[in-house]
Design a protein around this ligand. Structure first.
Ligand SMILES: [Zn+2]
Length: 261
């Protein structure tokens, strides 16, 4: 059975590369993450990973307006982005493989709920009509700016984490009462997204193009290097996403422990 699942993950990664949802590196990272999750959580785990991946890709293919100028990367996700979103979930699958515990199921689901929450918020929030508001300056900023919030984005982030919570509770029925699982995982995922927004507003690196004045996450623009204007150089979009999933995972496991321990 495990070989069938690994073959499935391989086919899926190749397909995602062919459909330009992932770069070559992104497909390689997705393959590694898929194999680890198959080993730890088998088909149920793979289904939840697939659900996160397919819905997030769908939203990002649906949109695509002027936002690419601000974000460092376009719609095709690379290795760093895939690891930042799925690495924490894969780590908990590995943990579960060696030391089976319900805690790691919550960690796994919390990580993916946070990833879904954040991705849905930015992809769907980016499609909203009005401009989002920066949580620190309280001013309207262009769509796609890190640390910005909108009602549509917040609703989308709740729906994204709820989707993972509902699915996990359904596929892992032995790990706790249904609604408790849904509430814990959805809440933890939403917490993770809040951390992402705060980090995006306060410590994420931001550059400015000397030629055209654009504020961006890119290190190059208009054929030249951009200048750092705020944040920590090590806090790029991937590091912030990674933090978001770690926070989602830890708060999910901690909430489970609090409710049942
Ligand atoms: Zn420029």
């Amino acid at each position: 059975m495990i070989f069938v699942m690994i073959a499935g993950v391989l086919l899926f990664s190749i397909l995602a590369y062919r459909l330009k949802a992932l770069t070559r590196g992104g497909a390689a990272a997705a393959l590694c993450i898929g194999i680890l999750i198959a080993l730890g959580f088998e088909l149920a785990g793979l289904f939840i990973l697939g659900l996160f991946f397919v819905t997030s890709t769908m939203w990002s293919k649906w949109k695509r307006n002027g936002e690419d100028e601000i974000n460092e990367k376009g719609g095709q996700r690379d290795g760093g982005q895939v690891l930042a979103n799925g690495g924490t979930a894969a780590f908990f699958a590995l943990l579960y493989l060696f030391v089976p515990s319900t805690l790691w199921v919550y960690g796994f689901a919390g990580a993916l709920a946070a990833a879904a929450s954040d991705t849905w918020a930015s992809e769907i929030g980016g499609k909203a009509k009005g401009k989002p508001i920066h949580i620190k300056t309280r001013k309207k900023v262009p769509k796609g700016t890190s640390g910005a919030v909108s009602p549509q984005g917040t609703l989308a982030s709740l729906l994204g984490s709820a989707m993972i919570g509902i699915t996990t509770a359904f596929l892992f029925p032995g790990e706790g009462p249904y609604w408790m699982m849904v509430v814990i995982i959805a809440t933890a995922g939403f917490f993770g997204n809040i951390i992402d927004t705060l980090a995006g507003a306060l410590i994420q690196v931001e550059y400015k193009c000397a030629a055209c004045g654009l504020r961006t996450e890119r290190t190059h623009h208009c054929n030249g290097r951009t200048v750092q204007v705020k944040g920590w150089r090590s806090m790029n979009n991937e590091t912030v996403n990674f933090l978001c999933t770690i926070f989602g995972a830890v708060s999910s496991a901690a909430l489970f422990y609090l409710f049942t321990g």
